[in-house]
Design a protein around this ligand. Sequence first.
Ligand SMILES: [Zn+2]
Length: 68
Amino acid sequence: MPRYEYACRACGTTFELTRPMAESGAPAPCPDGHGDTVKLLSRVAVGGVAESPAPSGGCCGGGCCGGG
Ligand SMILES: [Zn+2]
């Protein structure tokens, strides 16, 4: 179940709620009881390290086909 982060605009606190995606847009009351809250961007989708092509010594890397 995804976790969402909310911020209360009344007291400025931030809190997280674990709820179904269908209820991600539902009002999330502040732990202090405030109702004026906004949903922050999810921090779930992080990462994505690009794979760097490993230098492989192919045919043209050794000089077998570099003759001229
Ligand atoms: Zn609050």
